[in-house]
Design a binder for this molecule. Structure first.
Ligand SMILES: Cc1cc2nc3c(=O)[nH]c(=O)nc-3n(C[C@H](O)[C@H](O)[C@H](O)COP(=O)(O)OP(=O)(O)OC[C@H]3O[C@@H](n4cnc5c(N)ncnc54)[C@H](O)[C@@H]3O)c2cc1C
Length: 535
């Protein structure tokens, strides 16, 4: 039986970043991936729609990664391996149905001019506590580090201030936006961003998440790797390999072997076993971890039951379009220069579409996230042509009907016919903003929630965030209140990935937290290092 210090199940960003960090500490790392590509939600494909067009099949935008502590640590190695990030000073905008639009740039003064003084006030207010806010998203909350963060917050805010801060984080996006901004257009600029955190604008905590993203966009812009996300995957894989590690694709892990309460190996679908002498890290959902990878007796029954009750959120659709011309946007010329736009009537529009999807309906007027990667990285297609990436985050896993009363949803299956008909409706709406969309389209590929689930077992029902981010499954309680954090009842087994804190996104938060914990020197050495003269 081959052996490694750490074996990762799945090759998502949390595994690759966590594996690279451990590899740099001298660990021999093995990453096992069932698909024929490494990277999970990072998949770059040349010619997906038409020859010469490079698409990000799933995730596309890297502000969370570029702002992450994992990237800060791995950057010198990734730079040396040739990874290059490109950015823009105009990260996002919303285009409204009446042809007007609102923009957010990286220039604070320009944002105040565009969005009003309320922008400045909310930004300053957020930045005053940013260390705590980002700390919440980067710390194992149920741990000594979480306790230290709590103490830091207490000394920063005082008792009453801390209660106020905690209460503020619970605000819904609607309450935060209406309390902070009078202009409906500003609310409509920021409201769609809450969808990118797996929430809706009327859910608890969505106000806090909207504010985090709004400030992060001004600070970080919209970076993408030159050539696509595959460059980041290749860089992280090279760090692991160069340290003697191994990464295997088309390798399905079907069991974590537990011996005397400790994870000692994994067993593959073909029967091979791979020993893990120090840790197994599973980048999977709680339902897969406790319902498939662990045996029934490996974890207490209440933990297993809670994990199996883990809820999944709304489904998602991707539409990829290749155009043989640059898009001719109607309205503000800046629309053609903005990498990630939303098409929506505004806050109430997002709220309505989320509510329709939650009730099992195809939304009548979905929030369209429209990406234009070539505004940042022109290498993605031949000169004069264009790539469009569309994300629709308000879809039922099994539609019961159509809020617009137009499409027959049949028995709720995402058939090819339903998928394409729904995509036609979305493309027709985009066509009201981009006048040459139809005439210049040379290729289109659509992926329904069912296609998403097929691509990755973590996306149950097409939920690309690997589990509902409702408050009882978020922050202190992710993945579930009965199994919070990353430790498990099995010694040496760690749970990472989007289903765990700090949730979805390319920030690699869970991989980082666990890798740092595992590579921490033993307590004795840490105490010795604090003595004067001892290094
Ligand atoms: C369509 C889409 C667009 C997104 N856009 C963005 C974006 O632009 N920016 C951003 O920051 N975030 C984005 N996200 C979110 C972000 O990409 C994900 O939250 C993140 O990449 C998830 O990483 P992960 O480490 O949880 O693993 P995943 O990416 O979920 O990968 C897990 C891997 O484990 C494998 N696996 C599972 N079980 C097994 C098993 N038993 N044996 C072997 N392998 C197994 C799976 O096949 C998969 O490849 C997007 C997500 C999607 C799906």
């Amino acid at each position: 039986m081959a052996g490694f210090d750490a074996v990762f199940v799945g090759s998502g960003i949390n595994s690759l970043a966590g594996g690279a960090l451990l590899a740099k500490e001298g660990w021999r790392v093995c990453v096992l991936e069932r698909n024929d590509w490494l990277g999970g939600a990072i998949k770059t494909v040349d010619g997906l729609t038409a020859p010469g067009f490079t698409h990000e099949v799933f995730s596309s935008w890297h502000p969370l990664w570029v702002g992450s502590p994992a990237y800060a640590e791995l950057k010198p190695d990734l730079d040396a391996l040739g990874l290059e990030y490109l950015n823009t000073d105009l990260p996002t905008a919303t285009a409204f149905p009446d042809g007007s639009s609102a923009f957010l740039s990286m220039d604070r003064a320009a944002n105040v001019a565009e969005l009003g003084d309320a922008w400045q006030r909310q930004f300053d207010e957020f930045m005053a506590g940013a260390e705590i806010a980002f700390g919440v998203l980067g710390t194992e909350l149920w741990s000594g580090a979480g306790f230290s963060l709590g103490r830091k917050a207490y000394s920063h805010y005082g008792r009453r201030g801390l209660v106020e801060f905690a209460g503020h984080t619970l605000l819904s996006g609607r309450d935060w936006l209406t309390e902070t901004f009078e202009d409906e257009r500003v609310r409509g600029l920021l409201a769609p961003w809450v969808l990118h955190t797996g929430l809706g604008p009327d859910q608890a905590v969505s106000g806090f998440m909207t504010q985090v993203i709004a400030c992060a966009l001004q600070l970080g812009g919209m970076p993408v790797p030159k050539g696509g996300g595959v460059k980041l995957v290749e860089g992280l894989a090279a760090i692991i390999r160069n340290a003697g590690g191994e990464l295997r694709t088309e390798t399905d892990v079907e069991r974590i072997v537990v011996s005397e309460g400790r994870a000692t190996a994994v067993r593959l679908a073909d029967g091979e076993s791979i020993a893990a002498t120090r840790a197994v890290l599973a980048c999977v959902t709680p339902t897969q971890l406790y319902g498939r990878l662990l045996g029934e007796g490996d974890a207490p029954a209440n933990t297993r039951d809670a994990a199996l009750r883990f809820r999944y959120g709304r489904g998602e659709m991707q539409i990829h379009i290749a155009m043989n011309e640059r898009p001719r946007w109607l309205g503000d010329e800046r629309l053609a220069r903005t990498p990630l736009l939303h098409l929506t009537p505004g806050l109430d529009g997002v709220s309505r579409a989320v509510n329709e999807a939650d009730r099992g309906l195809l939304p009548a007027e979905a929030t369209i996230a429209l990406g234009q990667p070539m505004t940042v990285d022109p290498s993605r297609a031949p000169e004069g042509s264009w790539v469009i990436w569309v994300q629709l985050q308000e879809l039922p896993p099994r539609p019961k009907g159509d809020a617009a009363g137009e499409l027959d949803t049949g028995d709720g299956s995402w058939t090819e016919e339903l998928r394409e008909a729904y995509a036609d409706r979305i493309v027709a709406r985009i066509g009201r903003h981009i006048e040459n969309l139809e005439s210049a389209t040379v290729g289109r590929v659509v992926m329904s929630p069912a296609d998403m689930e097929e691509a990755n077992p973590n996306w149950v029902g097409g939920d690309i965030y690997a589990g509902s981010c409702a408050l009882d499954q978020n922050l202190l309680f992710r993945p579930t209140p009965a199994t919070p954090g990353h430790g498990t009842p099995v010694e040496g087994l760690w749970h990472i990935g989007a289903s765990t804190h700090p949730g979805p996104g390319l920030g690699a938060g869970s991989g980082y937290i666990v890798a740092k914990h595992l590579s921490r020197p033993p307590l004795g050495r840490r105490l010795l290092a604090k003595l004067p003269g001892v290094t």
